[in-house]
Design a binder for this molecule. Structure first.
Ligand code: PEP
Ligand code: MG
Length: 556
């Protein structure tokens, strides 16, 4: 008998439809506290040796099918798992009376400490060692393998939540869609899935009960996950999506309102592996290049030369177009091993964004140097901006540093309410402003952007947030400075109309958002956008504002 399909709801954060079996991103295994040995050291020894050998064989197998640097890393990991010194040490610890998983963790920790002490290159290998330890321990405890699964066929990735580091190696040819139990509309899961063009639903607690292999259909626009979907339903939804996408191809080129007011349409770029998709999109350039992806999961900062190479590849792909490079935004949800203090009591309010340069001025200096070298003669119109600017003095300091490196256009992100409240002074202190509505909502509403439960407060339609945007856009206009939006709000076609009505001059979003936003703009005049903005501003809350604007606008 066929099971009836069931619908689970969450928050749709990246549109599209996909259907397939699920696989889970398992967390690293933890050894139960006080785990006692079985009393049979020989058996424990055998199981530890078997787990190490099986892990090594698995890594060798994956290394054979991988290519380039990934193949080398996997082969090196397999060699580590077969290291006789490590195997001997685990045996010693078991004979001393430790349970096999405890012995494995202890031996790996000792080995790791030796590697870390040996210097930066070896410290990088320490992260690979942690991965092997987790795999061996998971085998010993009978737990699922940690990390992004690799079942050998395309799958829908299900996780509690995804950290930026988890997403660095996601393979777009294998991952069909992403569903997380936690997370809100501005979480990194939302950002990365949009940049990969994958349908995604976050804050979908219901998926916790699903098991690997169960088939689901993910509707990333509606925020729905259908378990055991009917094939006819999947075909119908895919057909509807294809029809909508082909209707959108009718409008192309630079963004314009129906009466010809220019609104630059730009894209957000994070991982370098998305560069091809991002560069191919019909846009006037990059409005937010999140450079922290170059720094994640590393023991130390990339050298100026390594950075220069990475920036040059981006500029090359955007010859003749604009690229706004955001300097390193480390801390809080994007911790870096060599920058972020692990014991910061309140990381979102701590040393993050531009503040990092208070402690590590050489990081900002090196980055600006690398950007300037890559920009020279590149043919791209390179702008730089600083994240988490709180005062006009910070904006002025950043602009002076950037100009000093020969970078002529330097701006400030407005994502801390103080910068919006002081937008006139901040605008005067630099060359342009870019509203980071994800963090601006988080700080204006004192609501953690990763908290799906607080999605109503983080809603970018909230009139208080729109008021901060209005103030910033107005200050920019008066000072003759462009004001863009590069937070997730920019990719919502209805809200894009409101943002333009509030005075915003460019919108930067994931490539998937561009066609709908371009079409919406082409159907409304600037005066109509202003009227919609007025409606949204005087609405009692975000939900009411969206409803009222939807009724007044002409989107369908
Ligand atoms: C923002 O805060 O809106 C933003 C664009 O930056 P990020 O999402 O990378 O913090
Ligand atoms: Mg931000």
């Amino acid at each position: 008998m066929r099971t009836l399909s069931s619908h689970l709801t969450g928050i749709g954060v990246s549109p599209g439809i996909a259907s397939g079996p699920i696989e889970r991103l398992a967390p690293p295994p933890t050894v139960p506290e006080g785990l006692r040995p079985s009393g049979e050291p020989d058996a424990e020894l055998r199981s530890a040796a078997d787990a190490l050998a099986a892990t090594a064989a698995d890594l060798e197998g994956r290394s054979r099918t991988a290519t380039g640097a990934a193949a080398d890393v996997l082969a090196a990991q397999a060699m580590m798992a077969r290291d006789p010194v490590l195997v001997d040490r685990i045996g010693e610890l078991i004979r001393e009376g430790r349970a096999a998983p405890v012995a494995v963790v202890t031996a790996f920790d000792e080995f790791r400490a030796q590697l870390s002490a040996a210097g930066a290159y070896m410290a990088e290998r320490a992260a690979d060692l942690d991965d092997i330890r987790n795999r061996v321990v998971a085998r010993l405890l009978g737990l699922p393998m940690p990390g992004v699964p690799d079942p050998g066929h395309p799958f829908v990735l299900v996780a509690r939540d995804l950290a930026p580091a988890d997403t660095v190696n996601l393979d777009p040819t294998q991952v069909l869609a992403i569903v997380t139990e936690q997370g809100g509309p501005t979480s990194h899961t939302a950002i990365i899935s949009k940049s990969m063009g994958l349908p995604a639903v976050v804050g979908c607690g219901g998926v916790a009960g699903l098991v690997a292999g169960q088939v689901v259909m993910v509707d990333g626009a509606e925020g729905v996950v259908v378990v055991d979907p009917d094939e006819a339903l999947v075909a119908q939804r895919l057909g509807r999506l294809a029809a909508r996408r082909s209707a959108l191809t009718g409008v192309s080129g630079p963004g314009r309102t129906s009466d010809g007011a220019a609104v630059q349409l730009l894209i957000n770029l994070g991982r370098e592996r998305d560069l091809g998709v991002v560069a191919a999109a019909d846009s006037e350039g990059v409005g937010l290049y999140r450079t922290e992806f170059l720094f994640l999961e590393r023991p130390d900062a990339p050298s100026v030369e390594e950075q220069r190479g990475a920036y040059a590849r981006v500029f090359q792909a955007f010859t003749g177009r604009k690229v706004v490079v955001r300097t390193l935004d480390a801390g809080a949800d994007k911790p870096l091993r060599f920058v972020t203090q692990p014991d910061e009591p309140n990381p979102a309010l701590g040393i993050r964004g531009l503040r990092t340069s208070r402690r590590f001025p050489e990081l900002l200096d090196g980055q600006l140097r690398a950007i300037a070298r890559a920009a020279a003669g590149s043919g791209a119109d390179v702008w730089v901006m600083a994240p988490m600017v709180s005062t006009a003095a910070e904006a002025a300091g950043f602009a002076a540093a950037a100009h000093g490196h020969g970078l002529p256009v330097a701006g400030a992100m407005v994502e801390v309410p103080s910068a919006a409240l002081q937008a006139t002074a901040v605008a005067a202190a630099c060359d342009f402003l870019s509203l980071g509505t994800n963090d601006l909502a988080q700080y204006a509403f004192a609501a953690d952007r990763m908290a799906g439960e607080l999605a109503d407060l983080l809603d970018p339609w909230q009139p208080a947030l729109l008021e901060l945007i209005r103030m910033t856009a107005e200050a920019g206009r008066a000072a003759g400075r462009p004001v863009g939006v590069c937070g997730e709000a920019a990719g919502d076609p209805l809200l894009a109309l409101v943002l333009v009505g509030l005075g915003v001059t460019s919108l930067s979003m994931a490539p998937t958002g561009l066609p709908e936003v371009r079409l919406a703009l082409s159907r409304h005049s600037l005066a109509e956008c202003r009227a919609l903005a007025a409606i949204a501003l005087r609405s009692p809350d975000g939900r009411a504002g969206r409803r009222a604007v939807r009724e007044a606008g002409r989107l369908e």
